[in-house]
Design a protein around this ligand. Structure first.
Ligand code: ARG
Ligand code: GLU
Length: 722
């Protein structure tokens, strides 16, 4: 036993010092300085300037934030863009009804006139970035309180952003890097007229559904197409029928050769959040509190939704996006916890922390700055634990419940007691929108089950008062309470809510104050406001401050090591190579999948694996056109690029900077890479771009879209489709 433990520590020390091949999400502007030599050594044939440049068109001009959270990239000189099916999902759903079910059947605009406007959707391009640390930190001193510091930073940032965008239509944002040790300015251009061009049926675009989500081997055709429109001067504009397709500075050519094992690949996109520099205490908290409780709550939701969706086609459409969202994080957390445990993440951090402490104690100067950091962090995390638990339930079993968040729309009206037509009209809109995707029976089951979980798992001190009412008045019978809630509330049916809004007057307000749904929401919000919010804020601020100093210390301790900043939804480059992996002893995964695998999974009885007949026909006829490789259609591939949420839809590029795939997921065994990367287990999953083209051309007959693109083969001969 002792020897085993010794070996483990030894192994951990070894891996801590190893160079971490393929790990990292790098800053485009700094590639020249830090990465390009390594990238070229690994096979990349272009320059840093080809990726990011402010002087000439570069790859960054073809990459965008799609909507709020995804990435997309341009693939034609007419503003055509590709992203994931799951990124376009909300839009596809918004255009769908039981009669025109684009989720189920797919949609393809056969001409530009058929491209559908998407109000509310926009795409964002990076114009330039700049290190503004000095300007942002101007006037900040070490004697300042954290509050003063933040105030100064904010004031400086507003100024910098204003100057950066003066006399332009650009937008600017300034983001902290390395926990606020550095700051960067980002200047963006936003396009608001983005139209839905096409997407395959869910049986292709979401093939494997939530069953295969986060898993390899994968066969999902996870893509959708949109087009950016601009005004006559090629400038961003609000939607107008006579807007024209945007002519970009740069778009990606499409590589028709596919990928081989060990090929260089890079992913260029907007990773949302990673936490690579957390302490052992934080990871332990994740493993013991956040993940298990949130997993448990979501398991309940998923069980209820799955039953309801299988039983009713309308419910399936209504809850499709909600279900996908709930189950996505649920499954990731399960994988993450397993991965962190398998990697001995806590022990690895402890080894690092021990070394840090020794280093901190090694000189009086270090000691003053860094000596008490870790013990302080440890204490704060201990204090944080009950609040993290309370917050998990407040969120998962409280505010995030559909009707509870809907009740939030009414809050302003009820608390401010001001009835103006604007508020009422907005509420009508919100009500129609909300009830479009609502099923009363399902909702009631969800609320009952989640409130029960809340009741059973959280200390009474951190429960909303309504649970106390349930205990006293309803003798702990949650169902008895929800029966009353759904019977009596005027807000839990569209008809009743609309009725209220159509005949609104002073006495309606009085009644609403006592509406059971409103009271439920109030009790949940009050719990957060009075018992959770302030403590969380104070403790999190303390952690931020200490993490900033810890980060500074880490950078100082390992001066020769190249650190990459955590993802923060700014443009990053990850690079690695195409490669399979060994998830468990005795199993070895190949780096790609093919149409054969789709046919193998085919099962009309199972919703997630019901292969469309037309795809089977193409398969039987081997009607693959130019999209096959040695007689097979490749569907997905994996590589060692370090990616995370937000990288969905990101271009996966080859050594020539041509598009080989569209990133859409990670392998389950590697989902802990947001916290700790393992080069043997972490793989990003990409759709092979040739599969998307095959579907567009052969399945959908939308050959006009292929003609817009530039398809290239190795020596690069341009192929134009007639
Ligand atoms: N896991 C991927 C991501 O994190 C895909 C999610 C959408 N797909 C799904 N089956 N829910 O976004
Ligand atoms: N599917 C994820 C997204 O929407 C990407 C997968 C990941 O987290 O790596 O961004």
């Amino acid at each position: 036993m002792k020897i085993q433990k010794f070996l483990l520590v030894f192994l951990i020390i070894l891996t801590t010092f190893q160079t971490k091949a393929d790990e990292g999400m790098w800053i485009p502007m700094l590639l020249e300085k830090y990465n390009i030599a390594d990238m070229q050594e690994k096979g990349f044939k272009l320059t840093a300037e080809d990726i990011y440049s402010v002087n000439q068109a570069s790859m960054k001009d073809a990459v965008m934030i799609f909507g709020r959270g995804c990435t997309g990239e341009l693939i034609s000189n007419q503003g055509l863009l590709i992203t994931n099916h799951h990124c376009g999902y909300g839009q596809i759903q918004a255009h769908s009804s039981v009669e025109h079910d684009y989720l189920t059947n797919g949609y393809w605009a056969m001409s530009k006139e058929q491209e559908l406007a998407c109000p509310g959707l926009n795409v964002t391009f990076l114009i330039r970035m700049e290190d503004v640390s000095t300007q942002v930190l101007n006037g900040v001193t070490s004697e300042m309180s954290e509050e003063e510091r933040q105030k100064t930073i904010k004031k400086n940032s507003v100024e910098i952003a204003k100057t950066a965008t003066a006399e332009t239509h650009y937008e600017a944002s300034i983001k902290p890097f390395y926990y606020g040790n550095e700051y960067y300015l980002f200047v963006y251009e936003v396009f608001n007229d983005v139209r839905y061009v096409g997407s395959p049926p869910s049986a292709i675009g979401k093939f494997g559904g939530d069953t295969d989500n986060w898993m390899w081997p994968r066969h999902t055709g996870d893509f959708s197409l949109f087009r950016i429109y601009a005004n006559q001067d090629n400038q961003p504009a609000e939607y107008a029928a006579d807007n024209v397709p945007y002519q970009p500075k740069k778009y990606f050519a499409i590589a028709m050769d596919g990928v081989k094992k060990d090929d260089f690949t890079m992913v260029f996109g907007y990773p949302y959040k990673t936490e690579e520099y957390l302490t052992s205490y934080a990871i332990q908290q994740k493993l013991e509190i956040d993940n298990p409780h949130r997993i448990k709550a979501r398991q309940k939701k998923i069980d209820i939704l799955t039953l309801a969706m299988n039983a009713d086609a309308k419910v399936r459409i209504q809850y499709a996006a909600k279900h996908a969202g709930i189950s996505n994080a649920w499954k990731k957390w399960i994988g993450e916890s397993k991965g962190l445990t398998r990697m001995h993440a806590v022990e690895k951090k402890e080894v690092l922390e021990k070394r840090f402490q020794e280093w901190a104690n090694s000189t009086p100067e270090n000691k003053k700055k860094y000596g008490s950091l870790l013990p302080q962090l440890k204490t704060i995390y201990t204090k944080l634990t009950p609040y993290r638990l309370a917050y998990a339930y407040y969120y998962e079993a409280g505010v995030s419940l559909d009707i509870v968040s809907y009740a939030g729309y009414w809050e302003k009206l009820i608390t401010e007691k001001k009835i103006d037509t604007n508020t009422v009209e907005n509420l009508k809109k919100a009500t129609t929108g909300f009830y479009k995707n609502y099923n009363a029976t399902t909702d009631k089951k969800l609320v009952t089950s989640l409130l029960q979980l809340y009741y059973d798992n959280v200390d009474a001190n951190y429960q909303p008062t309504i649970l106390l009412t349930i205990k006293n008045k309803y003798k702990g019978h949650v169902k008895a309470y929800t029966d009353q809630l759904y019977l009596k509330s005027k807000l839990v049916s569209e008809e009743k809510a609309m009725n209220l809004l159509n005949n609104f007057n002073g006495s309606t307000l009085k009644k609403l104050e006592k509406d059971p749904l409103y009271l439920l929401r109030q009790s949940i919000v009050a719990l957060y406001d009075f018992k959770i919010k302030d403590s969380l804020l104070v403790l999190n601020n303390q952690i931020d401050l200490l993490q900033r100093t810890y980060m500074e210390g880490l950078l100082a301790m390992d001066k020769d090591k190249l650190f990459y900043p955590d993802a923060n939804q700014t443009l990053r480059v990850a690079y690695g190579k195409v490669n399979g992996y060994e998830p468990i002893d005795g199993v070895s995964y190949k780096h790609y999948t093919t149409l054969e695998g789709i046919i193998e999974k085919d099962n009309p009885e199972i919703y997630d694996y019901d292969v469309p007949d037309q795809l089977k026909t193409l398969y039987n006829k081997k009607d693959y056109g130019q999209y096959a490789e040695n007689g097979e259609v490749h569907v997905c591939f994996i590589a060692s690029n370090h990616t995370t949420g937000g990288n969905s839809g990101s271009p996966v590029l080859n050594a020539n900077g041509d598009l080989i795939g569209v990133n859409f997921d990670r392998c389950w065994e590697g989902t802990m890479s947001d916290i700790m990367y393992d080069k043997d287990q972490c793989r990003n999953i990409a759709l092979d771009i040739r599969y998307a083209l095959f579907i567009i051309d052969k399945f959908a007959g939308a050959n006009h879209l292929i003609k817009e693109m530039s398809l290239v083969r190795k020596n690069p001969v341009e192929i134009k489709v007639e």
